[in-house]
Design a protein around this ligand. Structure first.
Ligand code: AKG
Ligand code: FE2
Length: 341
């Protein structure tokens, strides 16, 4: 018998370790409960500098008020890495337009010229597109990604311990060139008729751990595994919403699930800003199944077998599959061999 969960737990990351540097068992138990039963939690105490979260959201809002021609200088259709600006209503989820515009960004690296057969995902490595006339955006976003990379690594260490594994168990797939992804997102109400009330459609995230900063508007809802009821993720100023991605579902055979979530668009005339960060391993990482302790393995629920969304243990293949579906125009231009169908 499972109990219906009606709220998303809040954890204080500054209490994750005791004075001797080890993880606090109470924190680990609370984390395991939230991660297994809800797949979502919020964290406070994650080490942001005073005012950092509010400044980032403000900088993002200012960027989206620049004239469209300036935003379009960063058009993601010019990027084989799907980096840069996506116009309002041009991203698709569940085959439907989302009511949002956004910037996608990642680690600043040199593009690989060509990729070996079956490894097209290596082309996701490359440069970002940032507005030269508004340098605050790059500065704030990259400072945020430094912080989020540290928080992501700490959360994944704690998740490892909660699974009965050594603290450094998940380090290897991230070593060298972790392919984290950041987004700067602006939701609008009433401007994308074909989206209806879809801010972003129901989906799971591709990587290991997602950390999301949201403003005070709200609209994010999650559906824990096995329950019909959706839960609202109440905005808490400065807190991060954390959820687990498909790589953890694959690694734990569904003891942890990539929990489904969606955003309802704000009402007409209302803007919502959010900054999701996906802590993700190297593009060439292949995630093996973990040897779970027997009492956890007994509660593993298997990996979702949605034929429309096969979950791949190769991180690069999994994330490329998602980008191709979400950005059909960019896909057709840069990955014509994969985009059909
Ligand atoms: O903006 C949000 O609240 C959630 C965004 C999200 O789920 C995503 O971009 O993957
Ligand atoms: Fe998401």
């Amino acid at each position: 018998m499972t109990t219906v969960r009606t709220s998303v737990p809040v954890l204080d990351l500054s209490a994750a370790r005791t004075a001797d540097g080890r993880f606090n068992p109470d924190f680990i138990d609370a984390l395991r409960d939230a991660a297994h039963h809800v797949g979502f939690f919020q964290i406070t105490g994650y080490g942001a500098r005073d005012g950092q979260a509010a400044e980032l959201l403000d900088t993002v809002a200012r960027f989206f008020r620049l004239p469209l021609e300036q935003r379009l200088e960063l058009d993601n259709r010019n990027s084989a890495q799907f980096r840069g600006y996506t116009r309002l209503g041009k991203e698709m989820t569940q085959g439907r337009a989302d009511s949002r515009e956004q910037i996608d960004y990642g680690p600043e690296r040199t593009a690989v010229g060509s990729a070996a057969e079956g490894r097209s995902f290596m082309k996701l490595q490359g440069p970002n597109q940032w507005p030269e006339s508004f340098p605050q955006l790059e500065r704030a976003a990259m400072e945020w990604s430094d912080l989020m990379s540290r928080v992501g690594a700490e959360l994944l260490s704690a998740i490892g311990v909660a699974l009965g594994l050594p603290e450094d168990y998940f380090d290897e797939p991230f070593a060298g060139t972790p392919a984290w992804m950041g987004k700067l997102v602006h939701y609008v109400g009433g401007q994308v008729p074909e989206a209806g009330t879809q801010g972003v459609g129901a989906h799971a995230d591709y990587g290991f751990v997602t950390m999301l900063l949201q403003d005070a508007i709200g609209g994010l809802e999650v559906q824990p595994y096995g329950q019909d009821e959706w839960i609202t993720v109440e905005p808490i100023e400065g807190a991060l919403v954390v959820n687990l991605g498909e790589m953890l579902e694959v690694a734990t055979n569904g003891y942890l699930m990539a929990t489904i979530h969606r955003v309802t668009a704000p009402p007409p005339g209302v803007d919502r800003y959010s900054v999701p960060f996906f802590w993700s391993p190297r593009l060439d990482a292949v995630i093996d199944e973990v040897d779970l302790p027997a009492e956890l393995a007994a509660d593993a629920r298997g990996v979702s077998d949605d034929p429309a969304n096969p979950m791949l243990s190769s991180y690069g293949a999994n994330v490329l599959k998602g980008f191709l579906r979400a950005h059909p125009e960019t896909a057709a231009k840069h990955y014509p061999e994969l985009a059909a169908g």
